[in-house]
Design a protein around this ligand. Structure first.
Ligand code: ADP
Length: 522
């Protein structure tokens, strides 16, 4: 220990690397001069800094001569390119060249006004460990005052928050990745309802143009939000707004969107307020799910129930009428009306039985309970039996075209059910078609059976849903003609055989319903 260092020990008291370095440093080479000449406020501040376990730093005087403590060493980093130990006693602008333009105005501000500066999580990149590092800081610059309170130096108390910020960013990115791939649409708004994040599914559900999302608030008129009954929805009723106003989540809120020129879309929304640790609402998160298909199905089911009730009521009313007449005729067994009424009652009961059969069949299909009983049979026989009732009726001619030797291995009874349905539809929906063409032909690995009429045909947009359950292409609401189950049941039977069913239709020219059944014996 040289004499000067020994002398310094009378002024600088701490232990550890930085205390030793400060005591042994040649301060006379700086504007400060030897330690024994330092003013009391500088000595007090340096001792305070050296005794602190919190990272601290001092800039002193016009040259901003620097001091820092052991805790600060971690921030400066290590290695040949480290700012330590050069930074000790160095001028501020020589150490911090890369950030001097950012920090020197703050330093000068504190020195001239005496007001301290406090900043949280600031990104201030610095050179350390041989590279420019993105470093986040929470720090305060505090004046060290001299006589009459004039600031003479600055005490920096700081902590590095880089790791916390990295974790936060990682969490944010992870959360974003999860939301980007969610099957539900997600939207996050700030308190004004401004959308600050929306995931790709939300764009897909609500709008194909994702660029327009950021311009919107959750209650922008461009959404065309309405209630399920079609009445307009007030901004305050929007689930995200309700969640923010009540600070409570909103579950399964159903609403609709009706853009001009588009079909009505139904959504169910869950919304939750975003609340910070102080309990303030900072925004809301909303999840959308498109339930248009579900609503459409519900509507079709409702329609179906009314159709089914109507269909069942017609033969039951006619049966009741027949029974009332029979009641009146019971004592006159010779009446000519008697056999007619018994016949009418019988036909009404048959109709009820056939409707109930359709309902049971459809339920069974839906539950996957259809068991096929396959055998090999001649297709020509199948065509003749399934059309015999129409031939017998005499109102329509049936032209059959089929190679006598053509055979199929299938559930003959079920395929007959399909053909009867297609033929009955032809009679029902193409009543003015004098001839119905029933044809079977082999096409490579399968047999195509088709039923063609020359009736009104079916509009292209209706064909898409024709084989769906409960779908009636012509739903006039007054003229009911069936349960809309026939084609659904037919399609299920054909699919169960590993075949295909379809229709070609020309409006005004007629329709050809066809089904392909595989020739293989499996
Ligand atoms: P349903 O006859 O009970 O309504 P289907 O499933 O058999 O039920 O038929 C569905 C719909 O397809 C019918 O309501 C009808 O509008 C249409 N359709 C079926 N066959 C024909 C056809 N040959 N010509 C025109 N429309 C048809």
């Amino acid at each position: 220990m040289d004499n000067e260092t020994a002398e310094a020990a009378n002024y600088i008291y701490g232990k550890g690397e930085m205390s030793n370095l400060i005591r042994s440093f040649d301060w006379s080479s700086t504007m400060l001069g030897p330690i024994n000449t330092w003013p009391a406020n500088l000595l007090t501040s340096v001792n305070l800094l050296l005794d602190s376990s919190f990272p601290m730093f001092i800039w002193w005087g016009k040259d901003k001569i620097q001091f820092y403590n052991n805790a600060y060493l971690k921030i400066l980093g290590t290695g040949v390119n480290s700012k330590h130990p050069k930074a000790l006693g160095q001028k501020g602008e020589d150490t911090w060249q890369e950030i001097w333009p950012i920090i020197s105005p703050m330093i000068e501000g504190v020195l001239t006004t005496g007001n301290s500066v406090y900043l949280e999580d600031q990104l201030i990149p610095i050179y350390r460990n041989g590279k420019l590092d993105d470093v986040y800081w929470t720090f305060s610059y505090n004046p060290i005052r001299g006589v009459q309170g004039v600031p003479e130096g600055i005490l920096v108390v700081c902590t590095e928050t880089t790791r916390t910020n990295q974790l936060l960013q990682q969490n944010e990115q992870q959360l974003k990745r999860v939301m980007d791939h969610m099957a539900e649409g997600v939207g996050i708004t700030d308190t004004s309802g401004q959308i600050i994040y929306s995931n790709p599914m939300a764009h897909q559900i609500l709008d194909t143009n994702s660029e327009r999302f950021p311009e919107r608030t959750s209650n922008s008129p461009e959404w065309y939000n309405i209630h399920l009954d079609g009445t307009p929805m007030a901004d305050s009723e929007h689930p995200t707004m309700v969640a923010m106003a009540t600070k409570k989540p909103v579950f399964n809120y159903e609403l609709a969107i009706e853009r001009p020129g588009s079909r009505r879309m139904y959504l169910t929304m869950n919304a939750a307020p975003i609340i910070d640790i102080e309990g303030n609402v900072t925004g809301a998160v909303g999840l959308f799910t498109d339930i248009t298909e579900k609503k459409e199905l519900e509507r079709r089911k409702d329609d179906f129930i009314s159709v089914a009730s109507h269909e069942l009521k017609t033969p039951i009313t006619s049966l009741k009428m027949a029974l009332q007449i029979l009641e009146r005729l019971k004592n006159t067994p010779t009446s000519a009306a008697l056999p007619k009424m018994i016949d009418q009652a019988g036909r009404s009961v048959d109709k009820v039985i056939s409707l109930i059969d359709s309902l049971l069949n459809a339920t069974r299909m839906n539950e996957g309970q259809l068991q096929l009983q396959k055998k090999t049979f001649a297709v020509i026989d199948l065509l003749r039996t399934s059309s015999s009732h129409i031939v017998a009726n005499g109102k329509h001619e049936v032209h059959i075209e089929c190679d006598e030797s053509l055979q199929l291995h299938a559930d003959e009874h079920r395929i007959e059910q399909v053909l009867i349905n297609l033929l009955n539809n032809a009679v029902k929906y193409a009543p003015d078609s004098p001839i119905i063409y029933l044809k079977a032909e082999q096409q490579s690995e399968f047999v195509r059976i088709s039923v063609r009429d020359t009736g009104p045909g079916i509009p292209a947009e209706k064909i898409l849903h024709l084989f769906d359950r409960h779908y009636r292409a012509d739903f006039s609401g007054t003229q009911y003609s069936g349960l809309g189950l026939g084609l659904y049941i037919s399609a299920e039977i054909i699919k169960r055989h590993g075949g295909k069913i379809g229709v070609h239709s020309d409006l005004g020219k007629g329709s050809t319903f066809w089904c392909d059944l595989p020739l293989s014996v499996n």
